[in-house]
Design a protein around this ligand. Sequence first.
Ligand SMILES: O=C(CO)[C@@H](O)[C@H](O)COP(=O)(O)O
Length: 222
Amino acid sequence: MIKIAPSLLSADFAALGAEVAEAEKSGADWIHVDVMDGRFVPNITLGPVVVKAVSAHTSLSLDVHLMIENPERYIAEFAAAGAAVITVHAEACVHLHRVVHQIKELGLLAGVAINPATPASAVKEILPDLDLVLVMTVNPGFGGQAFIPSTVHKIREIREWANEIGHDLRIEVDGGIAEATAPIVSEAGADVLVAGNAVFGQSNRAAAISAIRAAAGGAKLG
Ligand SMILES: O=C(CO)[C@@H](O)[C@H](O)COP(=O)(O)O
């Protein structure tokens, strides 16, 4: 089943409560929360205080994507704030296995993200321990960037590895996902589609979510 996770980065930051409530009403499955520190990525966004505030306005799972250095220092705080999924970057974690298990021990789903220039092999060894792999389809830091097609083969590779070991892995994609790119990533094996501009940038969010879901689902059926 495809999940659509609208990214808060493209929402109205002055009305986040209303924005997540509307996304839920419009058919979103998860809410994707982009946490940026101005060091790992060249942008600064929000922290656990905002995650907690947002969690009061939705019953959907909060899918927290940590684009920060030293994520191990903040995992407990994001868990307490209401995160259901926490994803850290392979490039930001020297002790990736320890960080992944820190997330799982808190009862959350654990994800690892890889940047466009990072090979899929960066997650191969730890794949059995993961609930989710996030294949970045843009360089992290900003919404509204163009999808990078050369990232797609990594989705396929990771899906094959997961199938080989019989592991029920979620593969998430993030960056430039819209009606046109959804079938490409879905056909390759992605099943959680993050969409910022293609949902929150549209006036009719329900129509935007169903168009992306239909495009992705069509590819799977085809
Ligand atoms: O993590 C990021 C960017 O670093 C994303 O979640 C963006 O917010 C996606 O935005 P669109 O490309 O879908 O507009």
